[in-house]
Design a protein around this ligand. Sequence first.
Ligand code: IMP
Ligand code: MG
Length: 179
Amino acid sequence: MKNDISKILVSEEDIAKKVKALGEQISRDYEGKNLLMVSILKGSIVFMADLMRAITIPAKIDFMAVSSYGSGVKTSGVVKIVKDLDIDLHGYDVLIVEDILDSGMTLKYITELLKARGTKSIKIATLLDKPARRKVDIKADYFCFDIPDEFVVGYGLDYDEKYRNFPAVGVLKREVYTK
Ligand code: IMP
Ligand code: MG
């Protein structure tokens, strides 16, 4: 697994520090609110597991799975709901938890969809942000790391369902996805 990664972009230590600080900030911002963390499967599970434990106020969690068609390195923009939420969103302050904001098309779609379900508020927390790749007008309310336009894996992020269990964020060698 390690041999397919050309360099580590964000180390385990740096992730741990940032996620802890973000958890503290979210705890302050959502004090007295009705926080529901919505994790977008599968890429965000590692971030979700760490972030929710760094939050010190009451929080509920739910999961949603979407697929953006295709297993490659690019998003098509067409989003399909594979698993919907269990909780009725009325009255919740929803915080969407994502692995990476790339073109922004997936999160744009999900945000609009959930907003229409009667949320009290809706915000986005993402581990990684690749601003250079944005195709639609969307910003993360909370993010941990701004990264350059490179395809990354690890800490939940995959290429063809692999490398999600790699503990840091690394750049995948180009030859792995071009062969
Ligand atoms: P967007 O709709 O283009 O913003 O794509 C978001 C989704 O594409 C993420 O949730 C990831 O699943 C996937 N993705 C985008 N960039 C990367 C990357 O560098 N590595 C792994 N997955 C990525
Ligand atoms: Mg993915």
